[in-house]
Ligand binder design. Sequence first.
Ligand SMILES: NC(=O)c1ccc[n+]([C@@H]2O[C@H](COP(=O)([O-])OP(=O)(O)OC[C@H]3O[C@@H](n4cnc5c(N)ncnc54)[C@H](OP(=O)(O)O)[C@@H]3O)[C@@H](O)[C@H]2O)c1
Length: 295
Amino acid sequence: MPLHGQNVLLTGASMGIGERIARSLAKEGSNLILLARSEDKLLSLKDQLLQQHPGIKVVYRAADVGSHEAVDAVIQSVIEEMGHIDILINNASGARSRQCAATAQSPLQITNVPRSNIQAGLALGAPNAFYDLKIGDIQTMISTNINGPMFVTHSVLNRSMVSRNSGTILNITSVTGLEVPPFPGEAVYHSSKAAQEAFTNALRNELVGTDIKVLALRPGCVATNFHSLRVGHDKKMYDEFFEGYDPLVAEDVAGAAVYMLNQPLNISIKALDMVASAQRSLTIFDRKWNERHGN
Ligand SMILES: NC(=O)c1ccc[n+]([C@@H]2O[C@H](COP(=O)([O-])OP(=O)(O)OC[C@H]3O[C@@H](n4cnc5c(N)ncnc54)[C@H](OP(=O)(O)O)[C@@H]3O)[C@@H](O)[C@H]2O)c1
């Protein structure tokens, strides 16, 4: 469906993949509702988008997706302002650097990361085993990655999509939702991404009889800021992590999201796995890729 003029609610819009999706959708002429916790970043992004694309509407709301009250109040207020929501993109994740801890760290790399660099906010406990994780870290991951998309989706369905009998819900999951990470410390993150996959599939079935599509986009390793954070901004470790190949960048994932959302009503790209060709699975990387391709 043409994205021009569509109202899109995007969570995790303040940085990384979400920010890039916002920029790509703005180019398509979509109206944007930007949601994350960092009000300053959202305001700055809103100003940039409106300057570059004066024909679109952009609003933002600062909220924690893990708080149902906050999320529902925000969605009520944006619907009052924008009228309705055509597209919901559940992209926010509390795993600022832990996704690719899940998707790409070899056991060697995990051991090499100083413990002090992978505390809460980064790997939230990795490389500890599950039983060593702090309960607070487990709760944060569950709140953001499981409760969050469910609360936002529940509110958007009730306040806009069901009564209109139309809409698209795109969940940004991860390749780790399907492949079990073979190293410690990722049980909760992996489980939360697997839960997003299950939620996506079950919801798609429940909404039979409506024109509401439910889709999953599963990135592999993407070079967002958290990779630098993951290794405590250690350039040597960062370079070793991507040695021999170029990972995806956020623009790549944004392009895939636009492709999925641009399909006509009668077509659903139900799920799309997107990795750098050198990333063959969660742990197998072609470190000779760039050498073979003259990069
Ligand atoms: N990067 C990868 O390699 C990779 C791989 C596979 C899947 N993914 C998935 O792609 C999505 C985006 O990842 P990313 O790499 O762009 O991560 P990122 O750069 O860390 O961005 C995460 C975004 O989520 C927001 N956020 C975090 N906790 C939140 C909360 N409780 N409530 C509201 N917003 C919250 C953050 O903004 P605030 O801090 O301002 O709230 C930020 O905008 C995630 O779902 C992730 O699991 C990423």
